[in-house]
Ligand binder design. Structure first.
Ligand SMILES: Cc1cc2nc3c(=O)[nH]c(=O)nc-3n(C[C@H](O)[C@H](O)[C@H](O)COP(=O)(O)O)c2cc1C
Length: 390
């Protein structure tokens, strides 16, 4: 489990690196920027930032160890763009220029090892509790999110709120570029604010922000356009989407995510990241449909929607090198790793050797600490049944 200090240039024959597709570089066509390989650290909230949202030493170690361990792309946790969008204690903020020194140090630490750096920019919407933000949460529509009766009831975002949040996303992207990051990933997935606008289950508005899919995606498209406007052409602006956000979705609303992806690509997205929770999930597993005739995988639909126009990232149960290879062979350009990257800071380095089979959880607490999991993150992970041993 321990980082081996293994050196890419000394120990891996060049020919072997070339023969592993996910270790080949990927170029972001629109900006011309490249990442050294196709393994990304997926955004993972780790609650290790300082109380004001500034990056801490723990956060720095967590991310830079993964750059050192060979991840070609390193993404921060969800970083709130506005104080009212903060989702967790210990969350990273990118909502103020006061965060710039920590963000700059982080970007420098990641670049030192050759990785491409992304900040995930985020607003929790209904999932930004007032006990953290001091303000009632906003969402597309008032009340609780579908399937979350115990959550805090949100108030409906006004036109002014929508304009303020859009400007906050643009301000966050401007800060990320000023701090030296290579790009941002707009968090449009997992039922947070942009996804609360996208889904007809959480968006019941009758104005220009609700109703048709064109109206429901207006918020995310507006954020995307404002972010693009705020940064230079070489700065990457991608979007993370998830086909499933709330319980009770049917196949039609699941597939809307692919229309959203096509639209954002038309708007100039530098990459699209599909969070699938399991990259092998099929449409009928997602929707519990009775029709088992030719059911496509969500990944196949994602590949079809992106159609090679920009790099496609995919995340969800990519655990072994063989999984990453399968995702790439299926048409994804980048394999994004979540849980397996927690114990294995050097997953890509180990994969280079060709005989790496990562262990399954539970993982010994000591090994997680060695892999750069600080105490606050360890406490958080201990709440997950079966992840931490001892
Ligand atoms: C501890 C933890 C925190 C996460 N935080 C975020 C987050 O901040 N933003 C996000 O988009 N996804 C987040 N996710 C989802 C992961 O990015 C990833 O999509 C998911 O874990 C599935 O990939 P995996 O099967 O490789 O873990 C988180 C996942 C974990 C395990």
């Amino acid at each position: 489990m321990r980082s081996s200090g293994f050196s890419l240039s000394s120990a891996v024959p060049f020919i072997l690196m070339k023969s592993i597709p996910f270790l080949c570089p990927v170029t972001f066509k629109r900006s011309g920027v490249s990442a050294p390989n196709r393994i990304a650290l997926a955004a993972m909230t780790n609650q290790q930032s300082l109380p004001d949202g500034s990056a801490s030493d723990d956060e720095h170690r967590w991310l830079t160890l993964r750059a050192e361990g060979g991840f070609g792309i390193v993404t921060t946790c969800a970083a709130h763009v506005h104080p009212r969008g903060r989702g967790w204690p210990g969350a990273l903020g990118i909502d103020s220029d006061a965060r710039l020194p920590g963000l700059k140090r982080l970007a420098d630490g990641i670049h030192k090892h050759g990785a491409l750096s992304l900040v995930q920019i985020f607003h929790g919407g209904a999932r930004a509790p007032s006990k953290l933000t001091g303000m009632p949460p906003i969402s597309a529509s008032p009340g609780n999110l579908p399937g979350e009766p115990k959550g805090e009831a949100a108030v409906e975002a006004t036109e002014e709120d929508i304009a303020e949040v859009t400007a906050a996303f643009a301000g966050a992207a401007r800060r990320a570029e000023a701090a030296g990051w290579n790009g941002v990933e707009i968090h449009g997935a997992h039922g947070y604010l942009p996804a609360q606008f996208l889904s007809p289950l959480s968006n019941r508005r009758r104005d220009r922000w609700g109703g048709s899919l064109d109206n429901r995606m207006r918020f995310l498209r507006g954020i995307f356009a404002a972010v693009k406007e705020a940064v230079s052409p070489r700065f990457l602006v991608g979007v993370r989407l998830s086909p499933r956000n709330f319980p009770g979705q049917d196949a039609e609303t699941t597939c809307e995510a692919f229309t959203v992806a096509r639209t954002l690509i038309g708007d100039g997205a530098d990459f699209i990241h599909f969070s699938l929770w399991d990259f092998r999930t099929t449409l009928d597993e997602a929707e519990k449909s009775e029709d088992h005739a030719t059911v496509p995988r969500l990944l196949d639909l994602a590949v079809e929607s992106v159609a090679g126009q920009c790099p496609l990232f995919v995340a969800g149960k990519i655990h072994t090198p063989a999984d990453a290879e399968e995702a790439i062979q299926s048409g994804a350009d980048v394999a994004a790793l979540g849980r397996v990257a927690i114990p294995y800071a050097d997953w890509p380095r180990r994969a280079e050797r060709g005989d790496f089979v990562p262990a399954s959880p539970p993982y010994p607490a000591n090994d997680l600490s060695t892999a750069g999991v600080g105490e606050p993150f360890l406490d958080y992970l201990r709440r997950w049944p079966g992840f931490v041993e001892g």
